[in-house]
Design a protein around this ligand. Structure first.
Ligand SMILES: C[S@@+](CC[C@H](N)C(=O)[O-])C[C@H]1O[C@@H](n2cnc3c(N)ncnc32)[C@H](O)[C@@H]1O
Length: 291
C-alpha cells in the first residue's frame, strides 16, 4: 500500500480475492499487499504495534516499536546464534543485533518481497536472510541460543508446530522471546463480535486454529518441555495506544487511497471492540528450552 497512490495495486487485488478464498501462504499475500511503505506503519520499515508508555502520540511511535523489540531481545542470551522468525521488513534486526551481539544471526520470513525490501537493514544487522516457513525451519537441531518472533505466530499454520521447531533448534537452556495475539474468548456473543472476528481472520489470512488463549499457549509450551514460561498481558500498552495512534495517523494522511482508509477505520473499530469485550489480547511470552 503506497502512501499517496490514488489506486489499488495488483497485490491489493490479490489480497482482496484471497479474503474470499484463502491460498496456501495467506500471510505472504497480506504482506505483499501492505508493501514496504505502509501509510499506518509507526516508522519506516516497522510493522509492529509498539509497546507504549503514553496514549499513542505520533511523537512516541518510533520509540514504542523499538521498545517492543528491545524488551523481547533483552530476554535472549548474548554472543550466541540468534534466529529471528518472521522478521517483517527487517527494521527490528539491527536492534536485535545491537542487544544480543550475535555470533551468527539468521532472519527467517515467508514473504520474499519483505526480505528483498529489507536487504539494507539485514546487511546492517549482519543477518542472513532465509525464505522459509516458521513451521519448517531449515536449521539444524540444537544449533540456536535464542529465538525471537515479533507479532507473527498468529499467522503460522500451527503455533504448536512452530513451538516444536523452536524446541528442536534451541540448545538446552536456549531462550524463546516472542510477542503474539491471544484470543481469550472465541465464541461471539453479538453479531458485531462475529463480524469483527471473521473479518479480521479474512483480512489477515489467519486460520481458525491459530486462535488460542494465553493459557492454551502456555500449555503447548509446557507440553513440549519448555520451562520458566512467562506470559504477560500487555494489551493496554500495545493495542489501546496503537489504535489511538493509527486513528490519529489516518486523520493526518487524507491523501491515502480512500479504500485503504475505509478498510483501516473498519479494522480499528473492530480491534477496539474485540479488545474491550475481552476477546483479543496482546501478550509477551518468554520460555527456556529445558536442559
Ligand atoms: C505483523 S508482521 C510482523 C513483522 C515484524 N516482526 C515486525 O514486527 O515488524 C508478520 C510477519 O510474519 C511473517 N510470517 C507470517 N507467516 C509466516 C510463516 N509461516 N513463516 C515465516 N514468517 C511468516 C510475515 O511475512 C510478516 O513479516
Amino acid at each position: 500500500m503506497d502512501r499517496g497512490r490514488p489506486g489499488i495495486s495488483p497485490a491489493n487485488l490479490r489480497h482482496l480475492a484471497r479474503m474470499l478464498k484463502q491460498g496456501r501462504r495467506p500471510a505472504s499475500t497480506v504482506y505483499d499487499s501492505i508493501g514496504s511503505d505502509f501509510f499506518l506503519s509507526p516508522a519506516p520499515g516497522w510493522l509492529n504495534l509498539g509497546l507504549w508508555e503514553g496514549e499513542g502520540d505520533e511523537r512516541e511511535a518510533e520509540a514504542a516499536v523499538h521498545r517492543l523489540v528491545r524488551t523481547l531481545a533483552l530476554e535472549l542470551p548474548t554472543g550466541g546464534t540468534i534466529l529471528d522468525v518472521a522478521n517483517g521488513l527487517g527494521a527490528q534486526d539491527p536492534v536485535i543485533a545491537e542487544v544480543t551481539s550475535p555470533r551468527l544471526f539468521v532472519a527467517v520470513n515467508i514473504t520474499e518481497s519483505q526480505l528483498r525490501a529489507g536487504r539494507d537493514r539485514l546487511d546492517a544487522a549482519e543477518a542472513r536472510p532465509v525464505l522459509a516457513d516458521a513451521v519448517h525451519l531449515p536449521v539444524m537441531s540444537d544449533a540456536v541460543d535464542g529465538v525471537i518472533s515479533v507479532e507473527a505466530a498468529f499467522h503460522f499454520s500451527s503455533r504448536e508446530r512452530f513451538f516444536n521447531e523452536v524446541r528442536r533448534v534451541l540448545r538446552p537452556g536456549g531462550r524463546l522471546a516472542m510477542s503474539d495475539i491471544a484470543v481469550e474468548r472465541q465464541r461471539p456473543r453479538t453479531v458485531g463480535e462475529a463480524v469483527a472476528g471473521i473479518s479480521n481472520l479474512r483480512t489477515w489470512g489467519v486460520r481458525r486454529r491459530a486462535l488460542q488463549s494465553a493459557s492454551e499457549i502456555r500449555a503447548s509450551l509446557d507440553a513440549l518441555g519448555f520451562t520458566d514460561i512467562e506470559i504477560r498481558s500487555v494489551g493496554d500498552r500495545v493495542l489501546v495506544p496503537a489504535i489511538a495512534f493509527m486513528r490519529g495517523r489516518l486523520q493526518r494522511t487524507p491523501e491515502a487511497p480512500a479504500l485503504h482508509r475505509f478498510g483501516a477505520k473498519l479494522l480499528l473499530n473492530q480491534w477496539e471492540l474485540l479488545y474491550r469485550r475481552g476477546m483479543m489480547d496482546y501478550i509477551l511470552t518468554t520460555a527456556t528450552a529445558a536442559r
